[in-house]
Design a protein around this ligand. Structure first.
Ligand SMILES: C[S@@+](CC[C@H](N)C(=O)[O-])C[C@H]1O[C@@H](n2cnc3c(N)ncnc32)[C@H](O)[C@@H]1O
Length: 178
């Protein structure tokens, strides 16, 4: 195991057949993301695959998502081509519930957190709720999460990828012929 920063990978050029990042680049500030992605491409062999699973919606203090076209456009400038992409984690019922709670709280004049990342607890707005309301909130979220997990295989088949919370992107590094 090697520990390091993705912006400065401690490996030689073209060392790997496959390089992946699962919900890592989304935590790096946008201006540093390009450097991180360039490093991943640098250590990839020509013809090798780059797999990214990253957020395509929501922002928070340490969450910097990009729209699917933005991930694809950014990575495609680095000498790799998109093979395919699809949406992942729609979490429909839970997101609808959290969104409704936020809207109701805003209507009632309560401040709404700027952290809108899909996993954010604050985005659920349970902070400063009275004890009973907080217990009800989390009981209902247990149900909406269970329903969301149950519906996920169907949603992955029928919903457009851009409605998901994450994108799964597969790229291939261009071959060089001397
Ligand atoms: C949401 S976790 C994902 C971890 C793992 N890939 C997974 O799916 O369980 C984000 C990870 O990104 C790592 N991370 C954040 N910034 C990083 C950076 N600049 N270089 C390397 N790793 C970083 C964090 O340490 C954390 O382990």
């Amino acid at each position: 195991m090697v520990s390091g920063e993705v912006q400065n990978l401690p490996f030689r050029d073209e060392s790997f057949e496959c390089v992946s990042a699962v919900t890592v680049i989304q935590h790096i500030p946008p201006q540093e993301q390009v450097r991180a992605l360039s490093e991943m491409v640098r250590v990839l062999r020509p013809g090798g695959y780059l797999l990214l699973i990253e957020l395509i919606r929501g922002h928070g203090l340490h969450v910097f998502s990009r729209l699917p076209d933005d991930w694809i456009g950014q990575v495609s400038t680095l000498g790799v081509s998109l093979v395919s992409w699809r949406g992942h984690e729609y979490f429909l019922f839970d997101r609808c519930f959290v969104y409704s709670v936020q809207k109701l709280r805003a209507l009632a004049g309560h401040p709404v957190s700027e952290d809108s990342s899909p996993r954010s607890v604050r985005a659920g707005g349970d902070h400063e709720l009275p004890d009973l309301a907080r217990r009800m909130y989390w009981t209902l979220r247990r149900i909406t999460v269970a329903l969301s997990v149950w519906a996920e295989p169907l949603l992955e088949r029928v919903c457009p990828g851009r409605l998901a919370t994450h994108g799964v992107f597969l790229f291939r590094k261009e071959q060089t012929f001397d």
